[in-house]
Write a protein that binds this ligand. Structure first.
Ligand SMILES: NC(=O)c1ccc[n+]([C@@H]2O[C@H](COP(=O)([O-])OP(=O)(O)OC[C@H]3O[C@@H](n4cnc5c(N)ncnc54)[C@H](OP(=O)(O)O)[C@@H]3O)[C@@H](O)[C@H]2O)c1
Length: 262
């Protein structure tokens, strides 16, 4: 098979951002993926190579999907929820698969996206945290919640993070709520927004005379890259399906496990 034609074309929205730039660079380097371009608000029309300091890099950044004449691609989105939702819906309508890392969508927005994915027959991964370590921490916390009756979540992020609590903390509260048979609103979440933080979360379980803490720290946005690349490969293999749990991708037979070991 011709490797060039077998590559999956990927467009990264938010490629000039903190997370999108780490993801975009990883896509550019992956042998089975082809970086078809990127979207930016403030840098649209500029050359991505110039921004990245790479010579002979052909791509100029767009500001809409219409800038790309591609019958199929995977749209990866790390932007902001207000503009991401219509962009993701448009991508699905075009028959593109989608990988959304942007957090802060409303419950109605998520339902609209899920319905659109099914109707358009595309694959979608809308996941609050693509870090494998965070997913392992959630599994460990789910196990601990079988034995502890009380838990609280402490999450901390950089000062520019807009949603509070984080999507990861909300997902953790959902998981714990289900396991502990209570509403997620009954699992307290404490949010810090401080310079020096990137993304940190600790679940503290309390019981008579003892505490158990399950903690995960992201020091660098490359922590999200392996999960995003696994999701890109996965969404191309399914039709009319949207997942919100990274574990569904990592545990599926379609997942290239050797690519996602920590
Ligand atoms: N799921 C996960 O694992 C995960 C991990 C980290 C972050 N996130 C989420 O990802 C999102 C981005 O976070 P970040 O820290 O990377 O933010 P950031 O550094 O502020 O980057 C945001 C990016 O979005 C672009 N953008 C904003 N509006 C746009 C529009 N209308 N059209 C095209 N591009 C637009 C910006 O472009 P300009 O540079 O041109 O302004 C920038 O490239 C947040 O929702 C965050 O919570 C999720």
């Amino acid at each position: 098979m011709d490797t060039e034609t077998a590559r999956i074309p990927v467009v990264v929205a938010g490629i000039t951002g903190k997370t999108g730039s780490a993801v975009g660079r990883a896509v550019y380097q992956a042998p089975d993926l082809a970086l078809a371009g990127g979207l930016s608000r403030n840098h649209a029309g500029e050359n991505l190579g110039a921004l990245w300091g790479i010579e002979a890099f052909p791509w100029v950044l767009g500001d809409t999907l219409g800038a790309f004449n591609l019958p199929h691609a995977v749209l990866v989105d790390f932007t902001e929820p207000e503009t991401a939702l219509p962009r993701l819906l448009e991508a699905a309508e075009r028959g593109w698969d989608i990988v959304a890392g942007t957090t802060g969508f409303s419950a109605e927005g998520r339902v609209e996206l899920a319905n659109c994915v099914v109707r358009c027959g595309v694959g979608a991964a809308v996941i609050a945290n693509f870090s494998l370590g965070a997913w392992v921490a959630e599994r460990l916390a789910a196990e601990a919640s079988r034995y502890f009756a009380t838990a609280e979540i402490l999450e901390g992020h950089h000062v520019t993070k807009r949603d509070r609590p984080s999507g990861t903390a909300r997902a953790m509260a959902e998981t714990l709520g289900q396991r502990m048979k209570r509403s997620p609103d009954d699992i307290p979440v404490h949010s810090l927004r401080l310079p020096g933080m990137v993304a940190h979360q600790t679940v503290v379980f309390g019981s008579q005379g003892q505490l158990l803490s399950i903690r995960h720290d992201v020091h660098d946005r490359t922590a999200y890259v392996d999960g995003v690349l696994a999701a890109i490969r996965w969404v191309c293999r399914v039709e009319g399906r949207m997942v919100t749990d990274l574990g569904e991708i990592l545990d599926s037979e379609a997942a290239p496990h050797e690519d996602v070991r920590l």
